[in-house]
Design a protein around this ligand. Structure first.
Ligand code: SF4
Length: 343
């Protein structure tokens, strides 16, 4: 089987080409083709000698995924379904905003966390992605998404990034050093894996941290995130440590589910829990897939929840609803295409 090159940085590519009998500087050219020019084949790499390209082709492949389908929303959001070398399929999303073009990347095939409102979580877990498979998504979004340069990334697609720590951190470094996304513009979103948060804190990385909380108390959180292993208090304690060691603010994601976690008592509990933390809360109104077990929160309840947090001194924003016409919530597109393919 051919070995994929995507996922190696410039110095690894230099070493690899030297092993193949080529001068080290060819590794820099190869990195340029892989990450900046987004080459799909060795044939495109016109400044590499033909004999070297043939040698590489015998042993290696670029390692890009196959685009199964691309859905473009009227609001500019683009959602891609990608097929990996082993046939597994993942979703990835490009989100153009007025001030940035952001990629929401998957880190696993499926997800073991099992959030009840998430199509991916309900589909179970298959495997971790490699660093190359994670970076590939950014390249695919850039190719499909917009003329603008992808300048922000969040690991918030399929999967729990902190359960695939090494590959995700390698992908972050590749995005930073090879693709050109500033580390401060890369955010990792976790369901609250305490050892992973503490490890990230120790590394003092410039990577941003977002924690999907969804409920201020354990009993309700367990209903929404059944496989959440660490109690809320331990998650918050780990966030205190992260802030202490990195000096960075933490974002708490809170998916508002109509009639479940969107009343004012929960807003008050959340404000008390986060009191004194350098953080902000990002409210995500639930995006129904039509077959869902939950209903979307009303506009009044979203406004009231938001106002209650703000009045209690918590910085709060609300995520814009993007890509509603293209099933942009996590796992919905893969679920539909898989169903259609099975019919
Ligand atoms: S919302 Fe994220 S963490 Fe939860 S099941 Fe879906 S992919 Fe996993």
């Amino acid at each position: 089987m051919l070995v994929p090159l995507l996922g190696r940085d410039t110095s690894e590519l230099r070493a690899l080409l030297q092993k193949e009998g080529a001068p080290a500087y060819r590794g820099g050219q190869l990195a340029e083709w892989l990450y900046r020019r987004r080459a799909l084949t060795f044939d495109e790499m016109s400044n590499l000698p033909g004999a070297l390209r043939t040698r590489l082709q015998d042993k290696y492949e670029v390692g890009r995924s196959r685009l199964v389908t691309a859905c473009h929303s009227q609001d500019g959001t683009v959602k891609l379904l990608l097929e990996l070398r082993d046939g597994a399929r993942i979703e990835t999303v490009g989100l153009p905003y007025a001030d940035r073009f952001s990629g929401c990347l998957s880190t696993q095939v499926g997800c073991p966390v099992g959030c009840v409102f998430c199509a991916t979580g309900q589909g179970g877990f298959t495997r971790n992605l490699t660093a190359g498979e994670i970076v590939d998504q950014a390249l695919a979004i850039q190719a499909e998404g917009s003329d603008r340069r992808l300048d922000h990334v969040i690991f918030m697609g399929m999967g729990e990034p902190l359960l695939n720590y090494e590959a995700v951190m390698k992908a972050a470094r590749l995005l930073n050093n090879e693709v050109g996304v500033a580390m401060r513009h890369i955010t990792l979103s976790t369901g609250g894996i305490v050892p992973g948060i503490l490890r990230l804190a120790e590394e003092k990385s410039q990577l941003g941290l977002a924690v999907s909380l969804h409920a201020p108390a354990d009993n309700l959180r367990r209903r929404i995130v059944p496989n959440a292993k660490w109690p809320v208090a331990e998650v918050i304690a780990a966030c205190h440590q992260y802030i202490r060691l990195t000096g960075r603010r933490v974002t708490f994601e809170y998916c508002l589910l109509g009639g479940v976690n969107d009343d004012l008592e929960q807003a008050r509990q959340l404000a008390a829990l986060l009191h004194g933390l350098n953080c902000h809360v990002n409210l995500i109104p639930y995006n129904s897939s039509g077959t869902a077990r939950f209903r979307e929160p009303s506009l009044e309840s979203i406004r009231a929840f938001r106002r209650a947090l703000a009045n209690l001194g918590i910085q709060v924003t609300q995520r814009l609803r993007r890509g509603r016409d293209i099933e942009a919530a996590c796992g919905q597109l893969r679920q539909r295409i898989d169903k259609e393919t099975r019919l």
